[in-house]
Design a protein around this ligand. Structure first.
Ligand code: F6P
Length: 541
């Protein structure tokens, strides 16, 4: 590869693996990868406290990672070398860093306080439209929460059904579940995402169309699943209400595509907009969060935005060695690229966070599942995004933790816990949290098996982060999501990829549309590969 071809605006040299800072880490890995966490802790009594950082209400203990002070020095040098400083500034400035789509990635503008100058060169007054939409959302949310938004037959709306998929579903569902304790219990919330008719049928089961409002959430307003579900919702509503004018009282849209919303038949007065500089998986605090605002109210929603903003500011201004998202992003790189770890397990010890791992799967894997650099070079010499997965503790302990403790794979873990529970009940919370501390301890330090019983051996040296917060509030949820958003950004900078596009989802969509006609019994079978043809034949019966 020529030097010129390998250059881009942000990185001065060729591939990541050609960087001296990367090669220094490879050499360092050879020196320390066999060191055991038991020894690292023995040698340094202050490690547990020293290897911690705190911001926006989150305390990060990263001491149980297979690192030394030198590892951190080398990782932060790599971040510098890859231009992390310049890239962060470019993102916050509104530069079109999503180069393949020619867009800014300005989700940080969604949570900036009113009147704050974002110095966004590419998107000059981003703050103004953001707050205008937030005010319109607040008006609707307040009306619904007060029982003042009436359906077509004059009955107050008390069921809210969000129709969307991907970023237009996972954020709203996750936030609703996470903040359910703060939600208005008189209102019922349901979420429909899958094109499988079961999802729609089950979500609307038992609901009265007279009292139901659909939020059709789609950035592009062309997503097949969402439009199909929205059509079914229209039919379901009109079957009972029998007048197309009812749509105006029972449907609102959240989208960037005004014309398509109008073409679908939703009055654009009932549309809440956002902008192309908000990626789908970064959109839960745009109008896509309308269901969240209705559920938890305007005040709590704005506290959630404050939590996001606090983490944004921390990320933007804090030196790498105390910067939570940078530390977590670089640790992900450390295990992914040097230890060959394939996955990261996210293990929230809070039942309200049960959908958090699913949310993170889109955020992380749609962002870092890329195989070409920003220069368009195929990546052949290093790995990009790991697989994120997880379940709440303690449930996971009785399921897949066996593999994390004794399997042959290295699975770095993120434990998430809270000092206080939102639902005090006897000793439950102490029991829950004792398990967090016990698991990270067992993983790190292990236990030697009694003689003759090797199956009881816990070799330990299995790394984890522990994130602790006071309690699960809207602000803490915002900070937690922003922490992972910026960790992903940091990883993307090191891997020199675009974390803001998602071309990998296109091919399947196109092929599904092409194949659809062939599923009808009397249509001609396509001249396709023999597996596809055999499957089509079997399906058609
Ligand atoms: O399938 C990928 C994707 O484009 C996601 O990135 C996005 O969040 C989701 O589809 C839904 O898109 P939309 O909000 O435009 O319906």
């Amino acid at each position: 590869m020529s030097a010129e071809k390998g250059k881009n605006k942000f990185q001065g040299i060729f591939m990541l693996t050609d960087r001296l800072s990367y090669q220094a880490l490879e050499a360092h890995y050879q020196q320390i990868h066999k060191r055991h966490l038991r020894d690292l802790f023995k040698e340094d009594a202050g490690r547990g406290e020293r290897m911690s950082a705190e911001a926006a209400g989150l305390y990060l203990d990263y001491s149980k990672n297979r690192i030394t002070g030198e590892t951190l020095r080398l990782l932060t040098a790599l971040a510098d070398d890859c231009g992390l400083r310049e890239r962060i500034d470019a993102m916050f400035r509104g530069d079109k860093i999503n180069v393949t789509e020619g867009r800014s990635a300005l989700h940080t503008a969604l949570r900036a306080p009113r009147g704050r100058c974002l110095a966004a060169a590419a998107v000059p007054d981003a703050g103004k439209p953001v707050h205008k939409v937030l005010s319109r959302m607040a008006k609707l949310a307040n009306q619904l929460r007060a029982g003042e938004w009436l359906g077509f037959t004059g009955k107050p709306i008390c069921n809210i059904v969000n129709i969307g998929i991907g970023g237009s579903d996972l954020g709203p569902v996750m936030a609703y579940e996470a903040l359910r304790r703060y939600s208005k219990r008189k209102l019922k919330f349901r979420f429909v995402s899958n094109v499988d008719g079961t999802d729609f049928k089950e979500a609307t089961r038992g609901l009265s169309p007279e009292k139901t409002l659909f939020i059709v959430a789609s950035k592009t307003f062309e997503t097949l699943e969402t439009l199909t579900n929205a059509e079914s919702a229209k039919e379901w509503t009109l079957k009972k209400l029998r007048n197309p004018a009812a749509v105006a009282r029972h449907f609102v849209a959240v989208s960037t595509a005004e014309k398509k919303v109008a073409a679908f038949g939703i009055d654009t007065k009932n549309m809440f907009g956002f902008w192309d500089w908000v990626g789908g998986r970064y959109s839960m605090d745009s109008a896509i969060g309308l269901s969240t605002m209705i559920a938890i109210g305007v005040k709590h929603f704005s506290e959630m935005l404050d939590g996001f903003h606090a983490m944004d500011e921390h990320f933007r201004t804090t030196p790498w060695e105390r910067n939570l998202p940078v530390l977590m992003g670089l640790l992900t790189v450390w295990y992914n690229n040097f230890f060959g770890a394939q996955t990261v397990a996210v293990l929230p010890y809070d039942q309200y966070l049960k959908r958090f791992p699913a949310y993170l799967q889109q955020l992380t894997m749609e962002s870092t599942g890329k195989g070409v650099t920003l220069d368009g070079e195929a990546i052949a010499t290093y790995q990009t995004g790991p697989i994120f997965w997880g379940e709440p503790g303690t449930n996971g302990q009785h399921s897949f933790y066996q593999l994390i403790h004794q399997g042959t794979k290295l699975v770095p873990c993120d434990f998430i816990g809270f000092r206080k529970t939102l639902n005090p009940l006897g000793r439950h919370h102490d029991l829950l949290m004792a398990n967090v501390f016990a698991q990270s301890k067992a993983l790190a330090f292990g236990q030697v098996a009694p003689a003759g019983e090797p199956y009881r051996n816990f070799e330990g040296n299995r790394p984890s982060n522990t994130i602790l917060a006071e309690k699960l509030t809207p602000a803490i949820l915002g900070a937690l999501v922003a922490l992972y958003e910026h960790s992903v950004f940091t990883q993307g900078v090191v891997w020199n990829i675009n974390p803001f596009d998602q071309y990998g989802v296109q091919l399947g969509k196109v092929l599904a549309e092409e194949l659809l006609p062939s599923l009808s019994k009397n249509a001609r079978l396509p001249k396709d590969d023999s597996s596809t043809v055999a499957l089509l034949r079997k399906y058609r019966g």
